[in-house]
Design a protein around this ligand. Sequence first.
Ligand code: 3HC
Length: 283
Amino acid sequence: MAKITVIGTGTMGSGIAQASLSSGYDVTMIAHSQKSVQEAASRVESGFDKAVSAKAITQEQKLAMMSRLSVSDDIASSAGSDFIIEAVSEDFDTKEGVLKSAEKYLGAGILATNTSSIPISQLAAGLSRKDVFIGIHFFNPVPVMKVVELIGGDSTSPNTISKSSEFVKKLGKTPVEVKDSPGFIANRLLMLFINEAARALDQGVATKEGIDTIAKLGLHHPMGPLELADFIGVDVCNDIMLEIFRRTDDKAFDPAESIKRLVKEGRLGRKSGKGFYDYAAKA
Ligand code: 3HC
């Protein structure tokens, strides 16, 4: 296998591109506008710069890996890929539209979605090549996180699952097969944790710093739940919670008042400079 196409140039798309380049693949990124085409390469490059700073790779290695990256705003550039991986925003209609367009250029490859919570069989319903469609759910930051959820839909073939598993292993990550259900495993666990932390904050049980310190020092988490919400994107967490809530009717996933309020105010976390915490003030 040689060519990977990643559709979407956000945090997850650029992380998947970086991880694939690091493992020797040629990567094509598909952006939705000319502006995003320009931003995509610099986002991937700044990911590699972190690895250079950590002395994990040299500047020469970075340049060699970047030379295998191409970015286009034409989805036809995905033709001939071994994997086309969709990583656009967590919205059913957006994902379905992108997947239907990508399917036309699939050839002998596999079509994957990086959805965090939408059932694979429902996304597959509008596709004609259901046997080669699968969920490959990466974690942020993709180059660093070592596990990937693999989710087959009702019609995903065993061959698609085993090829996807091989691909994930080539990226140096551990694939774990998960049944097609709302939020899979990671977000079923994580969103409850983040939501409960936000509820405790809303009830005045502790300060945000206090909640995060308890999770870090008492539970040995690398980040507290509210810091992590800012890192993932408060809007992304809200979307995932609503998706699981709608599909399970479990009130535990109904976003806490503070999460709803932050989204309404555009305080989406690190990417917008403010979320539970104020990053502009720290800069
Ligand atoms: N490429 C290569 N290496 C990178 C990198 C990148 N893009 N970004 C960071 N790194 C490396 C750094 O160079 C550093 O390497 P070193 O240990 O060899 O020096 C290492 O990763 C750690 O990075 P930092 O020193 O910058 O920062 P921290 O030690 O504070 O760790 C963190 C940062 C890895 C983000 C850590 O805080 C963490 O693990 N947080 C929790 C993240 C998490 O839970 N993610 C899952 C979110 S859920 C999800 O994604 C699912 C979705 O559906 C919502």
